[in-house]
Design a protein around this ligand. Structure first.
Ligand SMILES: Cc1cc2nc3c(=O)[nH]c(=O)nc-3n(C[C@H](O)[C@H](O)[C@H](O)COP(=O)(O)OP(=O)(O)OC[C@H]3O[C@@H](n4cnc5c(N)ncnc54)[C@H](O)[C@@H]3O)c2cc1C
Length: 332
């Protein structure tokens, strides 16, 4: 059991905020992970994947677990589908690239999302009309307190918009995920940006779709190595019918998507823009010039600066439009 002490977490989060972990470990197998968890029953524990969806506002007085479980294996295969078990620390985009290269469909729209495989179910990553819940058959875990293993079927994961039982309970370490991919592919238009990028391409292949998504994302998203960030900072809010009507009275151009008769989804980026935060900077933190939903770090080491800026945005959006924006990013 290799446990390190007083480890600086700055390299382990894409916002590059500083914080020290009292204890830090990198288990390579499920057995090693279970042993560590049982050895430290009373320590607070934090699981760290690639650190692309979190930042630190203070030191972590507990045990940071940074799994290092690698590898993929075929779980099931017939002439129509293949199920692949991928271990938690595999790079998500390497997994997508592998599927596309082998003509396994359904995952191509999730290209280039910075993530480990193990974190993908946590917030049910999604983009361009696809969510990872659509292709998950099993999530394999270890309980953070008992060290016992438990498998979750898709239904048991209680997936929602950027949500799952793993995010809500915080009690399970995902050690591997089984994905079900289709061996046949016919292009279907799922998202207007991707369709535009593919204009003129006849019968797009999986690789065409992946390349289109990669192009769009590279254009739209800041490079976190140059401008540290964690992608979309806030979730898009859901509104009741009455809230939606009030919003449209104030902002007739607001985009509103029908979910059901009393549930509508609107755009956080639009509200943030309208509240006056388009390309706005406050000290060493600001909104990204091409996308207001992304908060970028212009050089602070303090997570508190990002937290303060987040609170400013929440307060202003709320006072102007009576809508409270919930962060998608995890704050520790
Ligand atoms: C530039 C950029 C673009 C992005 N675009 C998108 C996008 O299009 N769609 C989208 O959905 N997200 C997007 N994100 C957010 C991010 O990619 C996802 O949230 C991703 O799943 C985070 O993966 P990670 O391995 O870095 O997890 P981390 O940030 O390390 O962890 C995130 C949460 O998951 C928990 N966790 C991590 N690993 C495990 C595990 N093995 N078991 C249990 N819990 C675990 C952590 O404790 C934490 O609470 C983007 C981020 C960036 C920086």
């Amino acid at each position: 059991m290799n446990i390190q002490h007083n480890i600086q977490l700055k390299p382990y989060n894409s916002f590059r905020t500083e914080a020290v972990a009292k204890l830090f470990c990198e288990p390579k197998t499920v057995e090693e992970l279970s042993n560590i968890v049982r050895h430290y029953p009373t320590e607070d524990k934090l699981i760290l994947g690639g650190g692309f969806n979190l930042f630190f506002t203070k030191d972590f007085d507990g045990l940071v677990i940074h799994p290092q479980m690698k590898g993929n294996n075929i779980w099931y295969e017939d002439e129509n589908v293949i199920e692949i078990e991928s271990n938690a620390s595999e790079s998500w985009d390497d997994f997508v690239a592998y599927c596309v290269a082998n003509n396994y469909a359904e995952v191509e729209n999730l290209s280039l999302i910075p993530s480990t495989v193990g974190a993908a179910p946590v917030q049910n990553i999604g983009a361009y009309g696809t969510e990872v819940q659509d292709i998950i058959t099993l999530v394999r875990t270890v309980h953070l307190e008992t060290g016992e293993t438990k498998d979750f079927t898709n239904e048991m994961c209680e997936f929602g918009y950027r949500d799952s039982i793993f995010k809500r309970s915080g009690k399970y370490i995902i050690t591997s995920v089984v994905f079900r991919l289709s061996k046949s592919f016919t292009y279907q238009e799922k998202y207007v940006d991707v369709a535009q990028e593919l204009e003129g391409v006849e019968n797009p292949t999986l690789m065409d779709v992946r390349n289109a998504v990669v192009k769009i994302r590279t254009r739209k998203m800041p490079d976190y190595d140059l401008l540290p960030n964690a992608g979309s900072f806030f979730k898009n809010p859901f509104l009741t019918y009455k809230e939606k009507e009030n919003l449209l009275k104030q902002l007739p151009n607001a985009t509103v998507h029908f979910v059901n008769e009393d549930c509508f989804k609107t755009s956080s980026a639009f509200l943030i823009d309208k509240a006056g935060y388009r390309n706005k900077r406050s000290g060493l933190v600001g909104t990204y010039e091409h996308h207001s939903l992304i908060i970028v770090n212009y050089g602070t080491k303090r997570g508190k600066d990002i937290l303060d800026f987040m609170k400013e945005i929440q307060k202003d959006v709320h006072s102007q439009f009576h809508i409270w924006l919930e962060p998608e990013v995890r704050i520790y």
